[in-house]
Design a binder for this molecule. Structure first.
Ligand SMILES: [Zn+2]
Length: 284
């Protein structure tokens, strides 16, 4: 019964977060986040401040290729602050061009090069980059009461998560991560892994038969036991390679969005990812 109520409440919260056109009371900061991790960082930094943090990518959707509805474009134009990562969502890049309310949250992050030019936008999978994102948001909202203290607490939580990951991955014997798309470069760099993405930087890219064969070969020669798939993307290619090589598959979440109805958050998803990695990468 309690579980049902929680789910119902969560459904309501998500619905209200994702709702368009509802006018928050005056004096409330209107913040629009491009996708889930930025929404999470903003909520942590704002704490109980009078703010509404909406998200452009609805729960259950994959954020790379979102299109904005006219209503969302209006929301972007009217917001006090729009949080985004340039190069991640082209439709949003176009919508915020030249707007002074847009904040590039990667401003203080040294971005890794993308596999085929440009930079890799998947910065949020290193908790210390989440700290940097929180700091950039807090700097912009410095006059909002409570933000400095909440940012400190968020930073401490991300430090703790990073320490948990460092300890949990210190003894892994398999260092190659075979993942469904190239979302994990920052995580790999932080914790001593090498990423091999089956698809490219975007999950919608169909991998070529040559790439699938190359990955299957790598899995066999390196004795890789686990191929990671993700929640919001069809796992069939990962399953095909696993079936071909005798490897198993496991869910490793790039945290690009929240699965519809899930009560998980960034920290709990990262902790679940750590347990998955510890098993899949033979960490003692
Ligand atoms: Zn991605």
């Amino acid at each position: 019964m309690r579980r049902i109520i929680l789910i119902a409440l969560l459904g309501f919260t998500l619905a209200s977060c994702a709702s368009q056109g509802a006018t928050p009371p005056s004096g409330t900061l209107r913040i629009v986040a491009a996708f889930y991790p930025l929404q999470y960082a903003a909520q942590q930094v704002l704490g109980d401040a009078a703010a509404s943090v909406s998200v452009l990518t609805p729960p259950g959707a994959e954020p790379h290729d979102i299109e904005l509805t006219p209503q969302q474009a209006g929301e972007v134009a009217d917001a006090d602050l729009v949080l985004y990562i340039p190069g991640f969502q082209p439709a949003l890049d176009a919508a915020v061009e030249g707007r002074s309310n847009a904040l590039d949250v990667t401003r203080n992050i040294v971005e890794l090069p993308g596999p085929s030019g440009g930079t890799d936008p998947h910065v949020w999978l290193n908790p210390l980059n989440m700290t940097a994102i929180g700091a950039v948001i807090a700097e912009r909202l410095a006059t909002t009461p409570g933000v400095a203290a909440h940012q400190q607490a968020f930073s401490a939580a991300m430090d703790a998560l990073n320490a948990e990951w460092k300890a949990g991955t210190s003894s892994c014997t398999q260092h190659t991560l075979v993942v469904s798309h190239d979302a994990f470069a920052y995580l790999a760099a932080q914790y001593g892994f090498t990423q091999e993405g089956i698809a490219g930087l975007s999950p919608d890219t169909e991998p070529s038969p040559a790439r699938i064969a190359e990955i299957a070969d790598l899995v066999t020669t390196q004795g890789i036991t686990t191929i990671y798939y993700e929640a919001l993307v069809d796992p069939k290619v990962a399953q095909t390679i696993a079936a071909e090589t005798g490897a198993t598959t496991a869910l490793l979440d790039p945290i690009e969005g929240i699965v519809n109805g899930s009560s998980a958050d960034y920290v709990s998803l990262m902790q679940a990812n750590l347990q998955t990695i510890r098993t899949g990468q033979s960490c003692s």
